[in-house]
Design a protein around this ligand. Structure first.
Ligand code: NDP
Ligand code: OXD
Length: 308
C-alpha cells in the first residue's frame, strides 16, 4: 500500500516528513517516481495522470489538492475510487478576505475612484451605510457560509442561495430554482461561490442578470465557466451591472485581445481569491487517510451524482 503526490515541489518537500511522522508504514512517492504502481492506494493531485485506471489499477482514494473538483474528468475516474476535495481552514480565511475586500470596494465605490485617479479627477460622493446594501451569495458551502457570516458582521443585509435550505443566524436562505428569482431581486452585490457542475455552468447569464436590481455588482470567485462572457458585457453596457470583479475566467488567462482586459467596469484578479495552505492541506489528507483506514467518513468526499 502506498501514497503518491502529483503536485508542486513545495508540497512534496513539506508533506513527505509529515507523512513519515504520522503514517511511517505508508511509502510516500512523488510522481512520476513511483516504485510499484500496483501498490498505490492513495493519490493526491490537481490533475491525475491520464489513463488513471491503467496507471494505478488499485487506487482507492483520489484527493484533489484544490477545493474544486471541476478540473477532474469524473467519468475517467473509476467508479470504485472515492474522490475527496480539499477542505482546510486556510481556504475559507483567504476567501473571506477577498470577498470582504471586493464587497467593501463595490459598496464604497473604490473602483470608480481608481478610474477617477487616472483622470486626475477629485470628486467624492456621500457614503452609504453597509446596512443599505443587500449582499447575496450563490453557494452556501464551506466557503459561502463563513463569507456570509463575516459580511453580516459588517452589517450588510445577507442572503444565500443553494440547493438545500440552510439555517444560519442573520442570513436569509433561499433554496432551489423556485426561489432564485426572489433571491436575485433582493441582491445588490452578487457573489458566486458555487462549484462548476453541469447544473451551474453558464448560470451567470443575461436571464439571471435581468432579475437583479439595476446597477448591481457581480463578484465571481467560483469558476470562469459559471459566466457567459458576452452576457456580462451586455449587462455592463446597459447599466444592469455597474461593476464586475472576476477572480476566475475561462480560459485562464484570457487571450491577449479579450475585451475584459481593458473594460473600465471589470476588475480582474488572476485566480488568487484563495488557495489551500500547504501544511494544513497535508494535515487534512493525513487525517482523511487515517479515518478512511478506520472505516470512518472522510472530510470533503464528493457525491459523484451531484458533481461536487
Ligand atoms: P461546497 O461544496 O462546500 O459548497 C457548494 C455550495 O454550492 C453548496 O451550498 C451547494 O448547495 C451550492 N450549489 C451547488 N450546486 C448548486 C446548484 N445547482 N444550485 C444551487 N446551489 C448549488 O464548496 P466550497 O464552498 O468549498 O467551494 C465552492 C467553489 O469555490 C469551489 O467549487 C471552487 O469552484 C471555488 N473556489 C474558488 C477559489 C478561488 O480562489 N477563486 C478557491 C477555492 C474554491 P447545497 O448547500 O444545497 O449543497
Ligand atoms: C481551488 C481553487 O479550487 O484554488 O482550490 O480554485
Amino acid at each position: 500500500m502506498s501514497f503518491v503526490l502529483k503536485s508542486t515541489e513545495e508540497r512534496a518537500r513539506l508533506w513527505e516528513p509529515m507523512f513519515a511522522r504520522d503514517l511511517p508504514t505508508l511509502p510516500f512517492y512523488v510522481w512520476p517516481e513511483v516504485e510499484n504502481a500496483q501498490d498505490v492506494r492513495y493519490l493526491a493531485a490537481w490533475q491525475p495522470p491520464e489513463n488513471l485506471e491503467e496507471v494505478f489499477p488499485n487506487l482507492e482514494v483520489l484527493f484533489s489538492v484544490g477545493a474544486g473538483v471541476d478540473q477532474l474528468n469524473l467519468s475517467s475516474v473509476p467508479e470504485n475510487v472515492r474522490i475527496v476535495r480539499m477542505m482546510e481552514p486556510g481556504l475559507a480565511e483567504g476567501m473571506i478576505e477577498y470577498v470582504l475586500w471586493a464587497v467593501l470596494s463595490c459598496h464604497r465605490d473604490m473602483f470608480r475612484y481608481a478610474r477617477q485617479q487616472v483622470e486626475h479627477m477629485w470628486k467624492g460622493a456621500p457614503n452609504i451605510s453597509a446596512c443599505h446594501f443587500r449582499v447575496g451569495v450563490m453557494g452556501m458551502g464551506a466557503l459561502g457560509t463563513p463569507v456570509l457570516q463575516k459580511l453580516s458582521e459588517f452589517d450588510y443585509v445577507c442572503s444565500g442561495w443553494s440547493r438545500k435550505r440552510h439555517e444560519i443566524a442573520d442570513i436569509k436562505s433561499y433554496a432551489g430554482a423556485e426561489e432564485l428569482d426572489a433571491f436575485l431581486a433582493s441582491t445588490d452585490i452578487l457573489i458566486c461561490l458555487m462549484p462548476l457542475t453541469e447544473e451551474t455552468k453558464g448560470i451567470l447569464n443575461r436571464q439571471l442578470f435581468e432579475k437583479l436590481p439595476d446597477g448591481a455588482c457581480l463578484i465571481n470567485c467560483g469558476r470562469g465557466g459559471h459566466l457567459v462572457q458576452e452576457d456580462l458585457l451586455w449587462a455592463l453596457d446597459t447599466g444592469k451591472i455597474r461593476q464586475a470583479v472576476l477572480d476566475v475566467t475561462d480560459p485562464e488567462p484570457l487571450p491577449e485581445q479579450h475585451p475584459f482586459w481593458n473594460h473600465p467596469s471589470i476588475f480582474l484578479t488572476p485566480h488568487i481569491a484563495s488557495s489551500s495552505r500547504v501544511n494544513s492541506g497535508g494535515e487534512m489528507i493525513l487525517k482523511n487517510i487515517i479515518q478512511y483506514e478506520k472505516g470512518m467518513k472522510m472530510i470533503g468526499e464528493i457525491d459523484r451524482s451531484s458533481g461536487y
